[in-house]
Design a binder for this molecule. Structure first.
Ligand code: PLP
Length: 369
């Protein structure tokens, strides 16, 4: 029923942990909110473009049930994390301590290794430990830690972090928290007004189907005065059009992280797709996704590497067929079924535009090998 809204071809596309498929009206939205002004007037397009950014922030606000004013558009998560880490005094001390996991996306570790003082320390929860278990986090999370970095969803293992448990331990020890929602935004419900991390970074390229280039940094209003970005520009200024080189005054909102002249196109495209998914509701998206993952879990219980239990699962199922893995992958490819293969097995990520018939086809192809 939702298939007709998306740009799909005759493949069965299950790579939403990597890049989501665009909505069919993307081009029309791009023309209307980016090109039209250029085509039909000769005045400056910035007012129209700024409206597109407001729309993007407010769509994010709706998706995550929080004020759109607490979001700042960013190019990608790595850059957002660099800006954030460099902006907080507590994170720039010689002995700042960070807790993260070896299962986090490597780029997040690269940023920490560069953006902190060279004498700061990073503890990684070893990849063989179960990051879905709050007790594992409790063992590492204590008052000596300054910041805990939590991936909401781990795409190589199909696991989700017990966000609320970790954040409650962090608050108990007055540890700052940042969550990475790159792999969960648009497929796993998250209510920021309830979950209340200190910071959040995410993008729109995967389950939000907004293409590359539109990411975001969310700052809890309680933290805004403790952030003083180093990477700034005139869009970070309280009065961008003041133009006094001697008077930089950062904004009082998350937009202090904005920087110089922003890009607009990626946010036009993503505002439209975020609104689409927010209208459907993340609970509906999650339920549909989990129903399809259940089909896989039931068909291949012995080959399922990702969690069996729904509360530990994210939107991706991981299957490994041992010595037959390569054969299974080439059979899927021959039948135009798009999955990929990583460290722990093949990743299968069904979205709202996939259906039970497609998953049954995938199951049949694998069983025929
Ligand atoms: C959990 C997670 N974080 C971050 C990223 C990407 O970060 P960036 O936007 O800096 O490329 C990915 C990309 O796959 C990811 O899966």
């Amino acid at each position: 029923m939702y298939k007709k809204d998306f740009l799909l071809n005759d493949n069965i596309y299950l790579l939403n942990h990597s890049v989501g498929r665009p909505l069919k009206n993307t081009e029309q939205q791009f023309k209307r909110h980016f090109m039209d002004h250029w085509q039909h007037t000769s005045s400056e397009p910035w007012p129209q473009w700024m409206t597109a950014i407001d729309r993007y922030n407010s769509a994010l606000g709706t998706l995550f049930n929080n004020d759109g004013a607490n979001f700042c558009p960013q190019v990608n998560l790595s850059s957002a994390l660099t800006k954030l880490v460099m902006s907080v005094d507590r994170l720039q001390q010689p002995h700042t301590k960070i807790l993260m996991s070896e299962a986090d996306f490597p780029s997040m570790g690269f940023v920490m290794q560069r953006a902190l003082a060279s004498t700061a320390s990073i503890t990684y929860i070893p990849s063989q430990l179960d990051v879905t278990d709050p007790n594992v986090w409790a063992e590492y999370l204590n008052e000596t830690i300054d910041l805990v970095f939590i991936s909401h969803a781990y795409s190589n293992t199909g696991q989700q972090a017990p966000l609320n448990d970790i954040l409650s331990i962090a608050r108990q020890h007055q540890v700052l928290s940042i969550i990475d929602v790159a792999q969960s935004a648009g497929i796993m419900p998250l209510d920021l007004s309830v979950t209340r991390p200190d910071f959040m970074i995410g993008s729109c390229v995967k389950w939000l189907c907004g293409g590359p280039g539109s990411s975001y940094l969310w700052v809890n209003p309680t933290q805004i005065t403790s952030c003083h970005p180093q990477d700034v520009g005139w869009f970070s200024h309280q009065q961008p059009f003041e133009f006094d080189i001697h008077d930089f005054r950062e904004r009082n909102s998350a937009l202090k992280f904005w920087g110089g002249t922003p890009s607009i196109m990626p946010y036009v495209i993503s505002a439209n797709s975020i609104e689409y998914f927010a209208r459907l509701g993340t609970e509906t998206l999650r339920q549909h996704n989990q129903t399809l993952l259940d089909m896989l879990a039931n068909a291949f219980p012995g080959q399922l590497v990702s969690p069996q239990q729904i509360p530990q699962r994210n939107g991706t199922a991981i299957l490994h067929f041992g010595a037959q893995q390569a054969e299974v992958l080439s059979a899927l490819s021959a039948h135009k079924i798009s999955v990929d293969n990583r460290l722990h097995g093949m990743r299968i990520s069904p979205h709202i535009y996939n259906d039970e018939t497609e998953i049954q086809q995938l199951i049949d192809v694998i069983k025929s090998v």
